[in-house]
Ligand binder design. Structure first.
Ligand SMILES: [Zn+2]
Ligand SMILES: [Zn+2]
Length: 222
């Protein structure tokens, strides 16, 4: 759908040049999460974040992310130049870019392309600060860019687990659940809480039972 004049006016206020706004290749700018929110009461800016150079700036309207986690996978280690990555999950409608939509760069790691292809890593095209992973439905925002006003605010972004912990470069003995690979799809290892490990074992057993049932009924049907 082509952007309306109103959307374009809002985008201009958000720092776009009018020459940036026309043409199909620019339509991503009018879709969430890049769509500029108009100045209405529906968007309450609770947090502000910016890249290192300040060209890209955004606001967030949700007090607590849907989840937050540390990822130790080797792709995150390389693309972030860090031992692990800290990400907080938000809906695409929770973010409002106030500056620098035109200054974003993308990277999709399986094809190694810089086209806007989901899921992809989004960074500032000038200072290269990683900003978020954009998924098909959600965004995984990197909270290190948020200017927290208090410890309580930062606490909302505390991680609930570690992912790809088997690939870790450093041990983090914080007692949180530690998935060997993907969350809920791998084993819980190291110092994961015993209750979480028991729960995971039960889930795996249930999955097995259901799998057997499925294959039996499939045989019957064939
Ligand atoms: Zn920047
Ligand atoms: Zn990762």
């Amino acid at each position: 759908m082509a952007p309306t004049t109103r959307e374009k006016d809002a985008a201009k206020q958000g720092g776009h040049n009018s020459s940036d706004l026309d043409g199909e290749h620019n339509e991503w700018k009018f879709r969430e999460p890049y769509k500029v929110h108009e100045n209405d009461e529906n968007f309450k800016a609770l947090y502000e974040g910016s890249c290192h150079c300040g060209r890209v700036r955004y606001q967030l309207s949700r007090e607590k992310p849907l989840d937050a986690k540390y990822c130790h996978c080797s792709t995150c280690q390389v693309l972030h130049g860090a031992p692990f990555q800290w990400a907080a999950i938000f809906h695409k409608s929770d973010i409002n870019f106030t500056h620098g939509h035109s200054d974003l760069g993308w990277y999709e790691s399986s094809e190694k392309t810089t086209r806007h292809k989901l899921p992809c890593k989004v960074s500032c095209a000038y200072c290269r600060s990683p900003i978020m992973d954009e998924g098909r439905n959600m965004i995984l925002l990197f909270p290190s860019l948020i200017k927290f006003k208090s410890k309580e605010e930062k606490k909302n972004f505390d991680p609930t687990c570690h992912m790809f912990y088997s690939k870790r470069l450093v041990d983090i003995p914080d007692g949180l659940p530690k998935w060997s690979e993907m969350q809920n799809k791998s084993d819980l290892i190291e110092d994961s809480p015993p209750e979480a490990i028991k729960k995971r074992k039960r889930e795996i057993e249930d999955e097995k039972k259901n799998g057997e049932k499925d294959s039996k009924s499939a045989k019957k049907d064939s």
